[in-house]
Design a protein. Structure first.
Length: 634
């Protein structure tokens, strides 16, 4: 699956994870950075206490059972009752690592109580004795399903028989986990998976729509414009946006560790450092974009396409600082568990971006230049919208802001060393797939325009299974972290079932609309015909794409991301690229050949990873490894 332009998923795809093994240890660098900041910080800047002292005992009873793994893993190793669906790494530092927010503690209590109730380890909520569960499991210790006696039932006049005190819940939870009494079902896991993945799907689709809007608009101007916007987007990805995204991934560790340690003000400090660093890097990026027309003219045979792509990059450069600030700002809010913040901003900015494309390109008749102007304006609105949300609509968002400080210009080296693996990971896969766009340019303007449509369509459909993989990864990680291997296997089966449903949906959608989808992007009949011919091939690998994405997510959740990394790197670089170029140029299959290699590679990835998960993986060993990582980081 080609990585979509500026799509946010490139920060977490496991194809890059194996590279991290040869790079600096993320946890050690993050810990060193945090400790140095703590030494320099005064008490009123660094130390944050809970808003309510009365909650201290509850905090102790609801500490995470296992901390995040030490692999740069994205997700969270916490109890299954609390999971943040999103690209947030949680690596707790020393000291007050067990401090959760009041909202987090309450959510953990409610969901652990729900699991205990559903497993008949505490009475139902309603005193009439009718269990409000999705399934039936006999009370622990019952014979033939006979109910236990008074000690379990407690006071039948009270909700949960009076067994809903936080300390009691914590005690019963730990006892039940040790005894292996916590089970789950398909219904529960399906509900959790839907709860996690649906908001993420909306977020991913909305952010990717910022790119699609330009392609929609410019595609109807002509094939040259459609090819140019595709080439410009690819160049912006490799030389700019991927660098911003890759470097900002270090905040997944630094901000999360600072927040998890209870040193909330350091979250704002880390965000400031990254913002200044990304703005500094905008200078060399800007030089490349300003000279892009001359550089692309040497590489791309179509000179008019190269000229327009260079124009696009020169204009969109005005939005680069805003895009960089938004990437850093996303990590700032995600570290606090505010995963809806980016969604709310995009709910406003995505339609606004589409409107601006129409207004500037068609109504004000600015032509090709109107689209990058719209993108630049929207990119600068993104961080502004995030600031407005944090400042005026979030109760806790400003608690991590330390004000502008000179300390943001010091202690950069740990951040840079930690950020370098992120850049390598992002660029590795992006270059492998985006090189297909360069290859398509050698078949002419029409083929390049068709490639732009195919890549955009395939990338859009990928915005559904990839968030699903993040949700599955998070859920499996939580269950493994809570030593619930059997429950993790159930969650995995549910995730794969959902992937099959999503894959079949995408296959059906692209197959049924193969003659209509191209006309959304272009009015050129020749481009429409080429896209219509190749879309069935793109549709055919949608099922493999969904399965591969979810398999990668499960491997991340199990702390086995290096397996997915090696598999994908082998399939992409050893199989897909040689096969694509061999069939495209050697066998003269054209675009058919370029996409054949991708389709085959995705099928092999899905088959290998699925076989590994169900044929060779010992889930109990994954549980033990999670425990060892916890002890190592404690």
């Amino acid at each position: 699956m080609p990585t979509p332009p500026r799509a946010i998923q490139v920060t977490t795809r496991t194809a890059r994870r194996s590279i991290a093994n040869s790079l600096p240890n993320a946890s050690e660098l993050a810990q060193a950075s945090l400790e140095r900041d703590l030494e320099e910080a005064s008490d009123d800047e660094a130390a944050e206490t809970e808003e309510d002292d009365d909650d201290d005992d509850e905090t102790d009873t609801l500490r995470p059972s296992v901390s995040a793994p030490n692999h740069g893993f994205v997700g969270s190793y916490r109890r299954p009752s609390f999971a943040g669906a999103g690209t947030r790494g949680i690596i707790y530092g020393r000291g007050n690592y067990d401090k959760l927010t009041k909202e987090e503690r309450q959510r953990a209590l409610e969901e652990e109580r729900s699991l205990l109730r559903d497993n008949r380890l505490i009475p139902p909520k309603h005193p009439d004795g009718t269990p409000k569960t999705m399934f039936h499991i006999p009370f622990a210790g019952d014979q033939d399903g006979q109910a236990e006696t008074a000690p379990l039932l407690g006071d039948p006049s009270l909700p949960y028989g009076g067994h809903d005190d936080p300390k009691q819940i914590n005690q019963k939870w730990n006892e039940a986990v040790e005894a292996g009494k916590i089970q789950t079902t398909w219904q529960r896991e399906a509900k959790v998976l839907a709860k996690y993945s649906l908001p993420l799907m909306a977020t991913f689709l909305l952010q990717y729509s910022l790119t699609v809007a330009s392609i929609f608009t410019l595609g109807h101007l002509g094939t040259v414009e459609l090819g140019a916007v595709s080439l410009a987007s690819m160049t912006a990805n490799i030389t700019g946006y991927a660098i911003y995204q890759g470097l900002a991934t270090s905040l997944d560790t630094l901000c999360a560790q600072a927040y998890g340690s209870g040193r909330k003000k350091l979250v704002g400090l880390q965000m400031q450092r990254m913002t200044w660093f990304l703005w500094l890097l905008t200078i060399p990026i800007g030089i490349i974009w300003l000279l892009a027309d001359k550089i692309l003219a040497i590489i791309v045979p179509e000179k008019e396409v190269a000229h327009l792509a260079g124009l696009y990059l020169k204009i969109v450069l005005a939005g680069a600082p805003g895009y960089a600030a938004f990437e850093a700002g996303k990590r700032y809010v995600q570290a606090q568990g505010l995963f809806s913040a980016s969604l709310y901003v995009l709910i406003f900015c995505a339609p606004f971006n589409a409107f601006m494309n129409w207004l500037l390109v068609w109504h004000l008749k600015l032509g090709f230049a109107g689209a990058p102007i719209a993108v630049a304006i929207t990119d600068n609105l993104l961080p502004l919208g995030l600031f407005i949300y944090v400042r005026f609509f979030s109760k806790s968002g400003m608690s991590c802001w330390n004000g502008f400080t000179r300390k943001a210009f010091s202690n950069w080296m740990p951040m840079i060393k930690l950020a370098l693996p992120g850049v390598v990971m992002v660029e590795a896969e992006m270059i492998a797939f985006e090189i297909l766009t360069f290859a398509a340019s050698f078949f002419g303007t029409t083929a390049l325009a068709a490639q732009s449509v195919l890549a955009t369509v395939s990338s859009t459909t990928y915005q559904i299974p990839f968030p699903l993989s993040i949700a599955g990864s998070t859920r499996v990680a939580n269950l493994i972290g809570a030593t619930l291997a059997d429950a993790a296997r159930v969650a995995t089966r549910v995730t794969f079932t959902a992937a099959v449903i999503v894959g079949i949906f995408n296959v059906t959608l692209l197959s049924a609309l193969k003659d209509h989808i191209p006309r959304l992007f272009t009015s050129d009949d020749e481009v429409v015909e080429i896209v219509s011919q190749i879309l069935p091939l793109c549709a055919a690998f949608q099922l493999f794409d969904a399965l591969a994405a979810c398999a990668n997510g499960i491997l991340r959740g199990l702390g086995q991301q290096e397996v997915g990394g090696y598999v994908q790197l082998f399939c992409y670089y050893v199989i897909a690229m040689p096969l694509s170029f061999g069939t495209a140029f050697g066998a003269h299959w054209g675009l058919w050949g370029l996409w054949t290699g991708v389709a085959l590679a995705l099928g092999i990835v899905a088959a290998i990873e699925f076989t590994y998960l169900y044929g060779f993986l010992d889930w109990n060993i994954c549980v033990e490894e999670a425990k060892e990582r916890n002890l190592a980081d404690a």
